[in-house]
Design a protein around this ligand. Structure first.
Ligand SMILES: [Zn+2]
Length: 143
């Protein structure tokens, strides 16, 4: 359970960093489209028909930034929910006793984890891997 919290924290931090960049882009597009709309309003007030182009640019910009905002929200949700867990395999080389648990901070291959619960041997980390969900494997096979 502790690991799950740790992992989701890492995922959220990554998502936050990612979204801040996209957010800046969205704000810039939004500012530009609002400027275009303002220009359109000024031009129309002055009786200039080219204001219609600004109006079009403004609305396209607004639609684009709204679309990007929705896409970003969806991506962040995916990023946070689909972080696969990391598993640590601990083996006693003396009696072959195997223990599987979630990865904990400070784990590394060949790390000494104290005496075995079955014999006097020393428990050792033999593997650390990230579990890839079946769905993502399929995505890789058929892009
Ligand atoms: Zn043992």
């Amino acid at each position: 359970m502790e690991l799950d919290n740790e992992m989701s924290k890492v995922g959220q931090a990554g998502a936050r960093r990612f979204s801040s960049i996209v957010l800046i882009v969205i704000i810039v597009v939004l500012a530009l489209s609002l400027t275009a709309l303002y220009q359109a309003w000024e031009a129309i007030q002055a009786g200039d028909l080219t204001g219609g182009y600004y109006l079009l640019i403004g609305f396209v910009g607004l639609a684009l930034s709204t679309y990007m905002l929705l896409q970003t929200r969806r991506r962040i949700k995916r990023f946070t929910l689909e972080t696969p867990p990391i598993t640590t395999i601990i083996v006693c080389p003396k009696c072959e006793f195997k223990n599987v648990r979630n990865f904990e901070r400070g784990d590394y291959i060949l790390k000494d984890l104290g005496t075995c619960s079955k014999c006097e041997g020393t428990m050792m980390i033999t593997a650390i891997y990230r579990e890839v969900p079946e769905k993502r494997k399929e995505e890789k096979l058929y892009p």
